[in-house]
Ligand binder design. Structure first.
Ligand code: B1M
Length: 235
């Protein structure tokens, strides 16, 4: 679409399908105000926050990821897209996060040392909060010492670790080994996630489970907590 046509575009005139595609285009172009406007319009139309998140934002970020991989987009553009994604997530967060509900458990989560990718990890944190977990989000580039300190301080049921780089995923084992060394491995359920991981890797490093996405993270956390309380999942 030509630039002047873009300027004139009234997002409210688009139907749901067109608007979803436009949000994805705007995300790709790093237009955070437009992404925020589109997200708000879909919510006004009765979309659930979860659908807006997955069908508009996460799907848009997938295109960014593919073009980054293929050398069509570069770091500065991807950074702008990530900021636009965060703008949309900021609107959805309070809507996804329940208030007042009894807490199912507590999770400490962070992206491991050497890694600054935080969109997926923040999404997991948001969804866990929405499902009724208390979440302590330590941020990015987190080393074993910081993880262990947070475990001592917050006494979580679950430790979540995220890594997006093949070079940083082995650091998850460093954290688990440190937990073992300090005799604390059995105090926490360790869940790991991030695009380059898989179940075999999670098993090999001694994690309890690999979570493919945020929804799986919530289900897995629920299952493990239910098992801990010796109740069937979902009871
Ligand atoms: Co980066 N980057 N990046 N990047 N980046 C990837 C990961 C890459 C695959 C792109 C590519 O080449 N196709 C590639 C890694 C290749 C590899 O390791 N084999 C890559 C690279 C190379 C790099 C740099 C090295 C580039 C450079 O500088 N030359 C650099 C590294 C910086 C560092 O960390 N030290 C870098 C930098 C960046 C930006 C800063 C520009 C930006 C990050 C901004 C930010 O996060 N604030 C960025 C981005 C945005 C990406 C891509 C495009 C998108 C990641 C993302 O946000 N996805 C990514 C390509 C890709 O993944 N296809 C890429 C959307 C998000 C919703 O999905 O994070 O997978 P995801 O999270 C999912 C699941 O994985 C899971 O649930 C989430 C939600 O469903 N999950 C968990 C994630 N964490 C979990 C934790 C859990 C459970 C589930 O705990 C229980």
């Amino acid at each position: 679409m030509a630039a002047d046509e873009e300027d004139d575009l009234d997002l409210r005139e688009l139907d749901d399908q067109e608007l979803t595609e436009q949000i994805q285009d705007d995300l790709y172009d790093g237009l955070k105000d437009e992404v925020a406007e589109g997200v708000n319009i879909l919510l006004e139309r009765g979309w659930t926050p979860y659908d807006v998140l997955t069908k508009a934002l996460v799907a848009g970020m997938k295109v960014v990821g593919d073009d980054f991989r293929d050398g069509i987009l570069f770091v500065p553009e991807v950074l702008l897209a990530a900021n636009a994604m965060k703008e949309g997530m900021a609107i959805l967060r309070p809507l996804l996060v329940e208030t007042g509900a009894p807490k199912l458990g507590k999770m400490v989560i962070a992206t491991v040392k050497g890694d600054i990718h935080d969109i997926g990890k923040n999404l997991v944190a948001m969804m866990m909060e929405g499902a009724g977990f208390e979440v302590v989000n330590l941020g990015i580039n987190t080393d074993a010492e910081e993880f262990l300190k947070a475990i001592d301080e917050h006494k979580p049921d679950i430790l979540g670790m995220s890594a997006l780089l093949t070079t940083t995923m082995p650091y998850m084992k460093t954290v688990i080994d440190e937990l073992k060394k300090q005799g604390k491995r059995d105090d926490v359920i360790v869940l790991v996630g991030g695009a380059p991981l898989n179940e075999d890797f999670a098993a090999a490093i001694g994690a309890d489970a690999y979570c493919k996405d945020a929804a799986v993270a919530v289900d897995t956390a629920r299952e493990f907590i239910a098992r801990r309380h010796n109740q069937p999942a979902g009871a």
